[in-house]
Design a protein around this ligand. Structure first.
Ligand code: DLL
Length: 433
């Protein structure tokens, strides 16, 4: 089933026309309403009149997460506050989150994009669908929620946590679909084992999984454990949230809703645009957003756009699964963590030296975060219980900043390796293969 055949199966020529028309309108809109864009275009000597069709997009400057931070909280917003009906926020490096705002129309487009994704996963009226992404400032929960309602399925707003009750409800309500991070799916499967509930007691057909990278092996693992078909869903708060792209029954690349989000792949070093099939950094332009439109937004996610047509009949271009990020942001259990956030906490406590190591592992399919922090020699005394106190103090401060529990290890003075040149303070042992 295809949710919106006129938008998901149009000819490439038609798509180009729509994208061109929308880009021309968007550029005028931001030029008029957002001083940031006006100045940037003036600096680059580009006038809205220079943008005649979608190919002209290469004349426009890129936008980055730093631009959003520099203009915190609402500097890049194009619509007046009286038109904004929803605000989400995602974590940032400096303690300042990235604020994203939506007009009523933006929310309608979001629900439309989720409807495409959920329909592609085989969901529709009569289905009971559990949303196990976090509800709150994170876009996962509410983003998926309104998509489920829009396709006429019954939404179970489970959110994360309370997994025992959740599993029993999945079983008792005969839920046919679920949306969760891949890690959470594996966690649920382990909890099911503990509860003695087998996959055959569940009625799940589709799991819509995203918010963090995962491999084909991980997909197979979830499918086997839960007896469910796993569909990748991709997105980021700045562009909208989940649903920027989604997999169909073929499970071979994610279709981008490119009538709303125009994709490009660039070389992150030279910033040159790359041809179809070449791996590079994914860049999106929001063609229809009114609240927070973004022009050539650098996602830092590494992917490629796939040439060729999909047997499912959809003509929207597909992207390959994200292989990693071109910056230092870690995605741990679906939550964005910047090493600099942890550094800030450590450096804010006089008891610690500015030497630390962040170790990320995947244990039983769940991400774990270890922070090794070196104590200043004045404070170091392994005997008087002071180290335990420091360990607790640092752990609670880190958790309050990044919302994730870290296993803090207090290290003796001088024990962490000093770098000769650039230091590498992050060891990510997660093997995505
Ligand atoms: O994670 C939105 C989302 C929620 C997507 C639920 C899918 C499902 P942010 O918190 O802003 O938004 O994080 C965005 O997460 O730039 C990627 O690095 C990563 N990411 C999201 N989906 C995928 C995916 C949400 N399917 C960042 N595969 C993005 C790999 C993903 N990475």
């Amino acid at each position: 089933m295809i949710w919106n055949p006129s938008k998901e199966t149009m000819s490439r020529e038609q798509m180009r026309m729509i994208q061109s028309r929308r880009l021309v309108k968007l550029v005028k809109y931001v030029y008029t309403n957002v001083p940031f864009y006006r100045h940037k275009m003036q600096e680059a000597s580009v006038d809205p009149g220079d943008i005649q069709n979608i190919d002209d997009i290469v004349k426009l400057p890129f936008t980055t997460k730093q631009d959003l931070r520099d203009n915190y909280p609402y500097g890049l917003q194009a619509a007046p506050m009286s038109e904004i009906v929803r605000v989400h926020a995602s974590s940032g490096t400096t303690g300042k989150p990235t604020i994203v705002t939506y007009t009523r129309h933006d929310l309608e487009v979001w629900a439309e994009c989720l409807s495409r994704a959920l329909t592609a996963a085989g969901m529709g009226r009569g289905d009971t669908f559990s949303v196990a992404y976090g509800y709150g400032l994170f876009t996962g929960g509410l983003g998926a929620h309104y998509g489920v309602e829009n396709i006429g399925a019954a939404v179970l707003p489970a959110s994360t946590g309370g997994s025992e009750k959740h599993i029993r409800l999945l079983r008792d309500l005969k839920a046919t679909g679920i949306a969760a991070t891949p890690s959470y799916m594996l966690y649920l499967s382990e909890q099911m084992k503990k509860l003695g509930i087998s996959r055959d007691e569940l009625s799940l057909r589709a799991a819509v999984c995203g918010a963090e990278p995962y491999t084909e092996n991980m997909r197979q693992e979830i499918q086997n454990r839960m007896g469910v078909k796993v569909f990748n869903i991709y997105g980021l708060s700045e562009i909208m949230g989940p649903g920027v792209s989604y997999e169909c029954d073929e499970q071979h690349g994610s279709h981008i809703s490119e009538d709303h989000f125009y994709p490009e792949i660039i070389n992150p070093v030279t910033l040159e645009r790359q041809p179809l099939g070449t791996e590079g950094e994914l860049v999106f332009t929001t063609l229809t957003k009114a609240g927070l439109p973004l022009i050539r937004y650098r996602t830092r996610d590494i992917s490629s756009l796939m040439p060729g047509t999909c047997p499912c009949g959809r003509t929207n271009v597909r992207m390959t699964p994200i292989v990693g990020r071109s910056d230092d942001m870690l995605v741990i259990r679906g939550i964005n963590v910047f090493p600099s956030q942890i550094e800030d906490v450590i450096l804010g406590l006089p008891q610690f030296e500015p030497f630390y190591l962040i170790v990320v592992n995947r244990v039983n399919h769940l991400d774990t975060l270890e922070v090794q922090a070196e104590v200043h020699k004045e404070y170091y005394n392994p005997k008087n219980g002071e180290m335990e106190r420091l360990q607790k103090l640092l752990a609670s401060k880190i958790q309050s900043v990044i919302s994730i529990k870290a296993d803090v290890k207090i290290m003796a003075p001088g024990s962490i390796e000093r770098a000769q040149g650039k230091s590498s303070r992050v060891v990510d042992n997660r093997k995505l293969s």
